[in-house]
Structure formats: C-alpha cells, structure tokens
Write a protein that binds this ligand. Structure first.
Ligand code: COA
Length: 297
C-alpha cells in the first residue's frame, strides 16, 4: 500500500485488480516448487502431475486460469470494480460475440446479419488493435470473459460529409474501410451484456475511446447512436420526430441520451442507417471534437 492510498482503496485493488496477479503468482510458484522437487520443468498453465513426499502422485490443474497466462497489468486501460477495460485480445473473441448477441437480444451472433463473428473480431484486432475494446471480468466465476465490447475504426471522412449506411461505412464485416491515417475515429459497435448494464461499463468504454482519440491526436470521434428506445413510441410518431425530441432532450433514449451525457454533441437524425427494427433503423449523428487536437502534431 502506498502512502497516498487509503486502506479501502488498497482492499479494492487487492480484490478487484490484483486478483489476476495473485492467482498467476500462486500458479507459477506452485509449478516452480514442483519442478525443483521432481527435477522436471512444466508449463504451470497445463495440467501436470506432482510426486508427493509419500510417493503418491497428484494432478495439478489451474482451473479458470486459461486467460491468466497472457494477462498483463500493462494492458489494462481502465479499471472498474471487478472489470477492466483493455484492447481486445484473441482470447476474448467468443465472449465478445456472446456479449454482442446478448445485448441485441439474439441467441447467437450467427442469427443476426449485422453482428460480428469471432473471425470478424480477429480481423479487427489484426487491422486496428488499438481501436478494439473489451470489458473483461477479472474476478468471480466469469473471470476471463468479456461482458462488454466496443469496435472503432479510423476514417478520413469528417462528420460533415454525408453519412453512409453502416454497412457501406465500414466496408465489410472485417472493417475494410478502416484508413490507418484517417483523422477521425468512427464508432462502429458497442455492447454491454444486459445484466451488467447501468454500472458504468459503457462509460468506461467511452472513456477508453476518448483517450485513444487524444493519444492518436485525432480531430475527433463520431458515430451514429442507435435510437434503441423508439419501440415504445412507434405508434405515436415516426422515428425522425422521436429522434428530434431526443436531441432536444424532451425524450430520453437509453442509448442516445446516454451518449449525449457522455460529452457527445447530438447533430441530426440519420434514417435507414442499419437494419435495427427496435430503433426504426435510425440513429443520431453524435460528434465529439478533440479539444487537444494539434494541427501539426
Ligand atoms: C448502450 C450500452 C452499451 C450502455 O452500456 P452501460 O454499461 O449500460 O452504460 P453505463 O452504465 O455507463 O450508462 C448507462 C446508464 O446507466 C447509468 N449508470 C452508470 N453507472 C451506474 C451505476 N453504478 N448504478 C446505476 N446506474 C448507473 C448511467 O447514469 C447511464 O445513464 P445516464 O446516461 O442517464 O447517465 C448498453 O445499454 C447496450 O449494450 N445497449 C444495447 C446495444 C446498443 O444499443 N448499443 C449501442 C448502439 S449505438
């Protein structure tokens, strides 16, 4: 515990953050001890037999620690209770897809045309690793699995250019339209599993992306936030009117209002953006300009 850290913070850190490191330490020390006794090297993360003092043999397995081997503190971008935000790693892909399917209420990503598959996520990691984000549980029975995700790409098209439908804007499901030198960050996807929503994970995923835009000295970040709350108003008004009321803060939308509360400027309604019946296929163009952008930076 450092002098500036309260006891409560130290306890929180130990429970939520140091947990992977404590586990790693115990697993690796156990294997080292066994190697010294048996004079036989072993991979601490693979099951191994160890000879006991009475000659019997015990099988050692590090349950639930498949992800610990590759987990390093330096990869953590932001820490929340029991969850860390980091750039998406290959071991995250299946739980990222589960989070996506769960957030959009489909059984599996294959049942939804506009949901990324594991192969797509791997392609995004390859194309633009810093732009892919995972909210990963680091404690409890679900440790190692993701409960939220965000996908971004870079583009040279400013938000003042006509907004293209989502499929067109991203090129294809592997983000072939990503431009490595693009000066704008484009928000492609974001999802948090319903049972984890409302606890600041979405806000954490935003924070990590604002940081990225600053770090890359980008002009800013824009996206089309889907009007996910339209369904209950669908009989009363069309989606353009609903969107206008959300922008004017006369109505609260679970996704767009949340984005407006996170520092985005809501500009205008974009109809026929993506096939999402719950949102009447429409969203709102939301823009954040990077206050730290330097022209010659
Ligand atoms: C949009 C989405 C990603 C937000 O994720 P989230 O983790 O619920 O986001 P947050 O918890 O940060 O914020 C959501 C709301 O919960 C509130 N909240 C945050 N922390 C909270 C806490 N500890 N306790 C209670 N409420 C909290 C926030 O105040 C926020 O409401 P506000 O904007 O009125 O302030 C999520 O709802 C989702 O996956 N939706 C379905 C898919 C979707 O719409 N994706 C976006 C397409 S553009």
């Amino acid at each position: 515990m450092s002098n500036d850290e309260s006891e409560l913070d130290a306890l929180r850190r130990a429970l939520n953050y140091d947990w992977p490191e404590i586990q790693k330490h115990l697993i690796e020390e156990g294997a080292k001890e066994a190697a010294e006794e048996d004079d036989e090297e072993r991979d601490p993360y693979e099951p191994y037999w160890r000879t006991n003092p009475d000659g019997t043999r015990t099988l050692h397995m590090s349950f639930d620690s498949w992800w610990l081997k590759d987990f390093v503190r330096e990869d953590v971008l932001l820490e929340l209770p029991g969850v860390v935000i980091m750039n998406t790693k290959p071991w995250h892909t299946d739980s990222v897809c589960i989070s996506l399917a769960d957030a959009y209420g489909v059984g599996r990503v294959h049942e939804c045309d506009d949901c990324f598959t594991e192969d797509d996520i791997l392609a995004h990691i390859e194309r633009f690793p810093e732009g892919q984000f995972a909210a990963q549980r680091i404690s409890g029975p679900n440790a190692g699995n993701c409960v939220g995700m965000a996908t971004t790409m870079r583009t040279s098209r400013p938000p003042t250019a006509p907004i293209r439908p989502w499929r067109h804007a991203i090129g294809d499901m592997t983000l072939s339209a990503h431009e490595p030198d693009g000066e704008w960050l484009y928000g492609v996807e974001m999802a948090v599993r319903p049972m984890y929503q409302g606890h600041g994970i979405g806000a954490g995923l935003y924070e990590a992306r604002f940081d990225l835009a600053r770090r890359l000295n980008l002009r800013g970040w824009y996206a089309v936030g889907m009007l996910m709350g339209y369904g209950i108003y669908a009989d009363e008004m069309d989606v353009a009117d609903y969107g206008a009321k959300v922008i004017a803060r006369q109505l609260k939308d679970p996704t767009v209002t949340m984005q407006m509360n996170r520092g985005f400027r809501a500009e205008r309604v974009i109809t026929d953006y993506v096939d999402e019946p719950a949102a009447g296929n429409a969203g709102v163009l939301i823009v954040w300009e990077n206050p730290d952008y330097e022209q010659d930076g």
